[in-house]
Structure formats: structure tokens, C-alpha cells
Design a protein around this ligand. Structure first.
Ligand code: BGC
Length: 757
């Protein structure tokens, strides 16, 4: 018997029920008499928000490193770097006596309006999954737990605790779940946090299908499921659904409800025991890591700077960057002196120090080279005098650096953004400054896309610097002066305008439900399919050097789905400075029975290249890279046929292509029903067999009924019509020549189909 089983045997019903609800805002219930220690959890996800007193909500946070937010981290496309961030966060958890950090967040960026997008990685499930796996490995490799959140379909803050996300099965499996699935299967997080919202009518906290059938049974999740803070509605139902730990506590009534449910026989003790076992396993795993000591704040600050520099995306550059010998620089913008580096809400970190972007510039140029104008008000008001002052500074300098950030309250957990706009003042400021000073660089600080059509023509260069973490001010200076060659690529599409975005007509929902009507067509999958032009596409980002792609190769021209494929391409740095390139591998299915996006990201790699250097980048593509989820078969399936392997520098800059042929090894069961059309019968191998003897008869009869081969009487192709008609309906046309009624004939045929299964 394991130690855990022994404990479960010794625990009273009351102790078990108590363990399944927190003892405080951040702590789990301890059981002293049995030596079950108290466990502490803390936000997440880009730093440790450890309050001074973990037993109370109202308490200030102790200083910790504020790393760049997930939006910036994902833009690095550097899985090793993200793992290092995870390791650093774990070190801070250990020093600050935290057992589990509440992150990463892997919800898809369904709409750029979601107030919490800065905490999430991407619009692409593969990229988000890979980031999460690295982060989890980094943290957990050091003996600290993670909490993968928010499971699932939590893609807006509007009505976040009540909204019903209505998502079809294919979109769920192909878009909204895969990042969680990859993280669970490859990263093995100690805990998974359920979301606040309902998924297809049932709150996530009480969703048996989600928490037990998919997460635990299908994916083999071994840790415990924790509720988002306050997400549980019915404690007993939640336990039955697979929600092991309710947070926060204490909640005496909840504990009592569980005790009573077990006593009255409404809740099986085995369900409670299972939750207790899962919680105890993690509590004791966490206790294996000794806590306390200190962390190297300086080293972590340097790491935060490195990540910020690598996550920044150079969106536009007419050659002005990198800056070199400019003598007079006008620095304009409030965020040059007050760094805007994180968003509002539970992820808000009390930083150990903050780089001031202006001072960091001065360290490179010398303070005498800089002049300053505040540029814009802190709120959304308009002040022409600030614009005039900025123009004066800009015109009397050689270069203007325009630091623009969204008003701080615009991006936060808890509510969505109303639009994708900068303030009217900021737009006027950029237009005015670029009007007087063509050598203007705009540096943006925000957690999600802003629209730029009104002003993008003006500046000589634009940098997306994100909510860049506490060391971002220095990282901006590094990028501006070429100490860091930008290598960030967008992990989300920047649209031209809000109305272009895929969820636009299905957001934010009505009468309590938001219908994910765009299905699998999220982000670039949508823009590509509809040929909607974008401001900047997914995967896009410039460098101070250029890269050339050649010699794409595949391990086999024809391959079986189960064997997968290894693909490679040579990349050369064709410029004069060292740089890093993110090679993106997309697949394109030539033909499918279901609708598929024109391209889907299935692999990527980041390589560093010296000038003139060439490296071969290799990526493995497995069964899943080519499969789609078939709701009727309830499984991932592949189809025979041709696929293009696309090697791109962004989703819209494909440099080389290889075409391969996939051989599916799947033997799929029949899914024919009484309603199946003739086409479906003929497409089904067994259906075609059993129907063969009738098929000729039906088509002859139909031709006769429609008055001739070419259907001249009513101007239609009878065969086309036949194919889309249910077999049952066709049999009615055939009528008397059948031995029995159409219903009986179809039932007999179906019996034959399923007998041969
Ligand atoms: C958030 C979670 C967070 C938790 C604890 C909730 O409101 O949705 O992401 O981990 O609070 O602060």
C-alpha cells in the first residue's frame, strides 16, 4: 500500500472534505495529526505574486521579477529561453516559499479585444502548446508546481464568470484544447485550473466531460484540478465532475455539503478519495523541495531583459534602425519615463526594480544627446499643447523616438478592450511628429494588437515592444541601437481593423451565450481562407539582417501517417550582422472531405546565424500534424493524399515548398445511418459493397423518372441530385420494384454494414 493510500485510510470524512477546499486565499488545508503539510499557491504567470501574508487576501506582494508577459514571451518563439524563465520563476518560488505558481495561461486569442490576451501566448494552438510545455518543464524541473489555466474556452473577460462558450466539437479539439493537451501530455503540470465560464452549457468546474473524460481519462492527467478562484457553483457536483480542489477557502458550507452528500449516499466516498489522493500526491511532491533562501534578483533582471529583447517585434524599418551616431534624439512619450510593462489583475507583480526606458537610452547615448517631451496625457483626454511641445522637440533633433503605451486601465483581467485604437491624442501626436520629423521611430507598449492604418505610413520604423516586463526599458534601447538584433515574430495577427477579425460578428455574445461561429477559423486560419488583408500577419517580424532559405528536404516522398515525416531546410544569414531566424513549418492539405484552413503551423525552430553562416533546420511532423478531428468518428483522422510542406519566415512569406503523399493507416468504422445520402453510402467502403446490387437499379430508375440521360425535362443533372439525397428518399422513387418498404431495405442494408464490422 502506498503512503498516500495509507493516509486516505486514516483520514476521517471531515478531514477529506476539508482537504478538498482551500484553508485560505492561497493555502491548502493541512492535517497536522497526519503530518499533511500546508501547501501554498500563488499567481502567475509571468512572475511570482506572493503576498506577504498568504493567509489573507488584503496584503501587499513581496518583490519578485516581473518577466515579460506571455504575449511577449510567445513572440520570442524560443522554447529554450521560455524554459529558462520557468527555471527562474521556480527559483523565486522556492525563495518565497511558494509550492505552485498559477500559470501558464494557454487560452487562445480568439479576439484581440480580450482584456487578458497579454497573459496568453497565441492565436495558434501549436505555438501556445510548445511555449507552455517549455515553461512547465522549466518550473517543474526545479521541483515547483504549475497550474495550467484556464481550462477551457475562456477567451473573453466580458461576463467571464457566467458566459456560456458554445464551441463545436471540431473547433474545440483543433483550436481550443490542443495547447492544453500538449501541455498535459508533454509538460505534465502538477495542477490544471478550470475556467469560470460554461462550456456548451455546463460550468467548467462542473463539467464531467471536460475534467474527467477528456483531461483525466483521455489525456492521462495525473495531477489535481483546481477551480479558478470562486468558479465552483455546486461543490458536490464539481467533485463528481472531477474538480478536486476548490479555491479559495475557507468555505465551511462547502465542506459540510460534501460531508452530508457522502453520509446521505449522494456522493460516493470513492469520488472523494480520488480527489484526496490526487491532492495529497502533489502536496507531498511539493514538500520534497526545501523552501526559503533568496534568489539572484540581478541575474533574473538580466534574463527579463534578454527575453524582452528577443520578444520585441520589428514591424517596420526603412533602414533608420539600428541607430548609430545620431547626436540629438528627441524622446517623446510618457512611457519613456514611466515604463509600461505589465497588465492589470491577478498577474500584477511588485517588481524588484524597473528599467526606465529614457535612462537606459542615456546610458548608450549620454544624457546630453537626449531631449524629452511628455507627448500625451495619462488618460484618454486631448491636449494640443503637449503635441506642439513634442513637435518642437522632434523638429530640433535628428531623430524622434516616440514611446506610446495604452492607458494603463485599458488592458486588464476582468474586462475587455472596447476597441483596438490608440487614444485620439496619441494618433494625432504620431501624425504631427512624423509630419515634422521623418526620422521617427514609434515604440509601442501594449499587450495585444492596436490598429495603425491612420499613422503607419508616417514613421520610419515601428517596434512592437509589448508589455515587456520590468527590464523592457533596457531591452528597447538594446534593439534601437542594434545591441540586440530583433528576432521576435508575431504570435498573433495584427488586423487592419476590428471588423476584419474572425470573431467580430460572434463577440461578445448575447443572453449569456457566446457562439464560436467562426469554428476552426481563428487568426491566420481565417485571414488566409477569406483572403482578408492584414496589417501584419502571424509569424511576421523583421531583422537587421536577411535570411535565405534553400534545399528543402523531406525524409520520404510518400509516408505513412503513423511514421510521420522529418523535414528540413537550409537557412543562410545573407546580411552583415548576426541574427536569429524563426523557421516556421506549415502544412497544406490539397484535398479533404472536410473544410480545412489553407495552412496550419505544425513545427518551428529558432536558429542563430553569423553573417554568411548556413544551418540546416530540422522539424519532425507526426500523425497529428496531418490529422483533423472528425466529430462523427470521435477521433483524429488522416486521409490519403497530397500535402504541401511550407517553410516560411512568416505565415504569408513562404520561402520553399515540398509536396508529399500521405498514406493513411486508419481503418475507420462505418458511420452510416438511416439519414445517410447516396454519396455517403458510396464513400463508405462497406456501404458501397452492400449497396452495389441496388445501385444500378436505383440510378436507372432515377434516369427514367427524370426523363432521360441529361435530365432535359427539368434541367438538372440527375446523378448530382441523386448523390445528395438520402438513400431512403431515393428508394421511395424506385417504389414498387423493391421487395420491401424503403425503411426495411435501409435497415437491412445497415444491418449488413454493421454485421461486417
Ligand atoms: C484568475 C486566475 C488567478 C486567480 C488567483 C482568478 O480571478 O482568473 O488566473 O490565478 O484569480 O488570483
Amino acid at each position: 500500500m502506498t503512503k498516500i493510500d495509507q493516509l486516505v485510510e486514516k483520514m476521517s470524512l471531515e478531514e477529506k472534505a476539508a482537504l478538498c477546499t482551500g484553508s485560505g486565499p492561497w493555502t491548502l488545508t493541512s492535517v497536522e495529526r497526519l503530518g499533511i503539510p500546508e501547501m501554498t499557491v500563488t499567481d502567475g504567470p509571468h512572475g511570482v505574486r506572493r503576498v506577504e501574508d498568504v493567509h489573507t487576501f488584503i496584503s501587499t506582494s513581496v518583490p519578485a521579477t516581473c518577466f515579460p508577459t506571455a504575449a511577449c514571451m510567445a513572440s520570442t518563439w524560443n522554447v529554450d529561453l521560455i524554459q529558462t524563465v520557468g527555471e527562474a520563476i521556480a527559483a523565486e518560488c522556492i525563495a518565497l516559499k511558494v509550492d505552485v505558481v498559477l500559470g501558464p495561461g494557454v487560452n487562445m486569442k480568439r479576439t484581440p479585444l480580450c482584456g487578458r490576451n497579454f497573459e496568453y501566448y497565441s492565436e495558434d494552438p501549436y505555438l501556445a502548446g510548445e511555449m507552455a510545455v517549455s515553461f512547465i518543464k522549466g518550473v517543474q524541473g526545479k521541483g515547483v508546481g504549475t497550474s495550467l489555466k484556464h481550462f477551457a474556452a475562456n477567451n473573453q473577460e466580458y461576463q467571464r464568470t457566467t458566459i456560456n462558450s458554445e464551441v463545436d466539437e471540431r473547433a474545440l479539439r483543433e483550436i481550443y484544447l490542443p495547447a492544453f493537451e500538449a501541455a498535459v501530455k508533454k509538460g505534465k503540470p502538477w495542477t490544471v485550473m478550470c475556467s469560470y465560464n460554461k462550456l456548451n452549457g455546463t460550468f467548467s468546474a462542473e463539467n464531467h466531460r471536460l475534467l474527467t473524460e477528456i483531461l483525466k481519462e483521455e489525456w492521462g492527467f495525473e495531477g489535481f484540478v483546481v477551480s479558478d478562484w470562486g468558479a465552483v457553483h455546486d461543490r458536490v457536483e464539481a467533485l463528481r465532475a472531477g474538480l478536486d480542489l476548490e479555491m479559495p477557502g475557507p468555505r465551511e458550507r462547502r465542506v459540510k455539503a460534501v460531508i452530508e452528500a457522502v453520509r446521505s449516499g449522494q456522493l460516493d466516498m470513492s469520488v472523494l478519495d480520488e480527489a484526496v489522493r490526487r491532492i495529497l500526491a502533489i502536496v507531498f511532491k511539493a514538500a520534497e523541495t526545501d523552501k526559503g533562501g533568496s534568489f539572484d534578483a540581478g541575474e533574473h533582471h538580466a534574463l527579463a531583459r534578454k527575453v524582452a529583447g528577443e520578444g520585441m517585434v520589428l514591424l517596420k524599418n526603412n533602414g533608420i534602425l539600428p541607430l548609430s551616431d545620431q547626436k540629438q534624439i528627441a524622446v517623446i512619450g510618457r512611457s519613456a519615463k514611466e515604463a509600461y510593462f505589465q497588465g492589470g489583475g491577478s498577474s500584477h507583480i511588485n517588481p524588484t526594480q524597473v528599467d526606465n526606458p529614457y535612462d537606459e537610452l542615456g546610458k548608450i547615448t549620454g544624457a546630453q544627446a537626449l531631449s524629452y517631451a511628455v507627448g500625451y496625457p495619462a488618460d484618454e483626454s486631448f491636449d494640443q499643447a503637449l503635441i506642439d511641445e513634442a513637435c518642437e522637440a522632434a523638429s530640433s533633433a535628428e531623430v524622434a523616438l516616440l514611446y506610446i503605451c495604452l492607458p494603463a486601465t485599458k488592458e486588464s483581467e476582468g474586462y475587455d478592450r472596447p476597441d483596438l485604437d490608440l487614444t485620439a491624442h496619441q494618433v494625432a501626436l504620431i501624425q504631427a511628429v512624423t509630419g515634422v520629423q521623418p526620422n521617427t521611430v514609434v515604440i509601442l507598449n501594449n499587450g495585444a494588437p492596436v490598429v495603425m492604418s491612420e499613422w503607419i505610413e508616417g514613421p520610419a520604423a515601428v517596434i512592437e515592444a509589448w508589455m515587456m516586463g520590468q527590464a523592457g526599458g533596457g531591452a528597447i534601447a538594446d534593439v534601437l541601437f542594434g545591441k540586440v538584433n530583433p528576432s521576435g515574430k508575431l504570435a498573433e495577427t495584427f488586423p487592419l481593423k476590428l471588423v476584419d477579425t474572425p470573431a467580430y460578428i460572434n463577440y461578445p455574445g448575447e443572453i449569456g451565450t457566446v457562439r464560436y461561429g467562426e469554428g476552426i477559423f481563428l487568426g491566420y486560419r481565417y485571414y488566409d481562407t477569406k483572403e482578408v488583408p492584414t496589417l501584419f500577419p502571424f509569424g511576421y517580424g523583421m531583422s537587421y539582417t536577411t535570411f535565405e532559405y534553400q534545399n528543402p528536404r523531406v525524409s520520404s516522398q510518400t509516408f505513412r501517417d503513423v511514421d510521420g515525416l522529418t523535414v528540413s531546410v537550409e537557412v543562410t544569414n545573407a546580411g552583415k550582422v548576426a541574427g536569429k531566424e524563426v523557421v516556421q513549418v506549415y502544412i497544406h492539405d490539397h484535398q479533404s472531405k472536410v473544410v480545412r484552413p489553407p495552412k496550419e503551423l505544425k513545427g518551428f525552430a529558432k536558429v542563430e546565424l553569423q553573417p554568411g553562416e548556413t544551418k540546416t533546420v530540422t522539424v519532425s511532423l507526426d500523425f497529428r500534424a496531418f490529422a483533423f478531428y472528425h466529430p462523427a468518428y470521435r477521433q483524429w483522422i488522416t486521409e490519403d493524399g497530397e500535402f504541401d510542406i511550407l517553410f516560411g519566415s512568416s505565415s504569408s512569406d513562404i520561402r520553399c515548398t515540398k509536396t508529399v503523399t500521405l498514406q493513411s493507416t486508419l481503418e475507420l468504422p462505418s458511420i452510416l445511418t438511416r439519414e445517410s445520402t447516396l454519396r455517403e453510402w458510396l464513400d463508405d467502403p462497406r456501404g458501397m459493397q452492400v449497396l452495389a446490387y441496388l445501385y444500378e437499379q436505383i440510378s436507372e430508375q432515377m434516369r427514367a423518372n427524370f426523363g432521360g440521360e441529361d435530365g432535359e425535362t427539368i434541367g438538372m443533372d440527375p446523378m448530382g441530385f441523386l448523390m445528395e439525397t438520402p438513400l431512403m428518399g431515393l428508394l421511395y422513387f424506385v417504389g414498387d420494384s423493391m421487395p420491401s418498404s424503403p425503411e426495411d431495405v435501409v435497415e437491412e442494408l445497415l444491418a449488413k454494414v454493421y454485421r461486417s464490422d
